[in-house]
Design a protein. Sequence first.
Length: 141
Amino acid sequence: MKKPTADLNLSEDMTWSKSDKEKMECELLRTMRSLDSLEEITRREGLLALEDQIDEIPDLPDVMIEKGVRSVVDGDDFEILEKRLRAWQSFLNARAEIIIQGITDMQKGTKPGQLRENMLAKVPKPLWKDVNRVLKNGWHR
């Protein structure tokens, strides 16, 4: 078995509850199981079989996997597929940064207007214009 290469920044000097660690482990295992199931279908029945199977996989962990598999089934070029998945990764990273910003600002008692500005500063440039337009039309939907 290969040694891990990803660093989740779970530093030893932080106190992690057992349930938090278990949740992280559970999510990683769920993702790995889903990808393993998809690979098994591909090996046994071919890539096109994924189209019929993707909706039947219980607890498909996230939209990134679904979008990626649908892109594979549609026959997208490897470079296009990788770019799409990297874009989703960037979005998810930005979303996490916005969550961190919002929660830490709440804890610090940041004023609501400033909190919104701080979160907006974390929005990726390609999405900023659209997000800002929505915000100008009303923060809450």
